[in-house]
Design a protein around this ligand. Structure first.
Ligand SMILES: Nc1ncnc2c1ncn2[C@@H]1O[C@H](COP(=O)(O)OP(=O)(O)O)[C@@H](O)[C@H]1O
Ligand SMILES: [Mg+2]
Length: 264
């Protein structure tokens, strides 16, 4: 591969996050087995695999929620981090977009946008004015809400599922996430809400940030990602640059993995 090509697909850059030889065992269950995984700057990485393949365990390890078994290593921008934890990961800009249910439904959009990271004035008091105006700006600039009907004061319950995901993704970008993790963000969403959520994932890339995108539906994953990992029973069964595989070929491979447990 030429230098220019490897630059273009990000392989020449230092990964934002890299897991080396990461295994995770829960009692008798081996959820991850010697995983090598990385995400480059500005890259959207898809994770595919059946239920129980280890997708959530993998991203929970990236989030610092799980510690790898001994022998596993985690690197952030090329530096090995030994005391990996949720606080450490968050401090380094790794943000997770939880299912839309994680928003406070009875609170206005602006409160949700700044939940846990409220803007304050020089007196240390909540700067409601600034949070509302910032929220309005984010909604029009990042979320593409031009309709006057969608106002920062609106209560979250009134929004569609896709719009709620938009709030969560915009919040992550606003707080300067380096890497946004989305674990099945389209679960339970309608077709149009799903489309909206996938557009928001595109915004992450436009903002020059990275993402790990999990969805069991390949039709959701393929269009938005740059690279794909296929997990099968805790192992990496295949890694693909999107430019190297068509959706049809990928579907073929997935069926093959399901039948034989191997990508070959
Ligand atoms: N906290 C846990 N304790 C015990 N087993 C777990 C735990 N988390 C995940 N597992 C097991 O690990 C395997 C992978 O699960 P998971 O990562 O949730 O898969 P996926 O997200 O791909 O559906 C499953 O067999 C699951 O039951
Ligand atoms: Mg899962």
């Amino acid at each position: 591969m030429s230098q220019a090509m490897s630059q273009a697909n990000g392989t020449a850059s230092v990964p934002v996050i890299e897991l080396r030889n990461v295994s995770k065992t829960f009692g008798e269950v081996r959820s991850l087995s010697a995983i090598d995984f990385k995400v480059h700057p500005g890259e959207i990485v898809g994770l595919l695999g059946d239920n129980g393949a280890g997708k959530s365990t993998l991203v929970k390890t990236v989030m610092g929620f799980h510690r790898p078994d001994s022998g596993g290593e985690i690197f952030f921008k090329g530096q090995r981090i030994d005391d990996w934890s949720v606080a450490r990961a968050r401090g380094l800009g790794i943000e997770t977009v939880y299912q839309e249910r994680a928003l406070c439904e009875k609170q206005p959009i602006w409160r949700n946008m700044f939940m846990g990271r409220e803007l304050r004035n020089s007196w240390g008091l909540l700067d409601v004015q600034r949070m509302r105006s910032e929220c309005a700006r984010l909604m029009s600039e990042h979320m593409g809400f031009t309709s006057a009907a969608v106002h920062p004061d609106n209560i979250v319950t009134t929004m569609s599922g896709g719009e709620k995901q938009g709030v969560a993704i915009t919040r992550a970008l606003y707080f300067d996430a380096e890497l946004v993790i989305l674990d099945e963000p389209t679960m339970g969403l309608s077709l149009t809400e799903t489309k909206k959520t996938l557009d928001f994932v595109g915004n992450i890339k436009k903002a020059g940030k990275s993402a790990i995108f999990i969805d069991h539906n390949i039709f959701h994953v393929y269009p938005v990602v740059d690279r794909l990992y296929v997990l099968d029973r805790g192992k990496v069964a295949g890694v693909y640059d999107k430019s190297q595989i068509t959706m049809d070929q990928l579907i073929e491979r997935l069926y093959h993995v399901a039948r034989t447990g191997s990508m070959q």
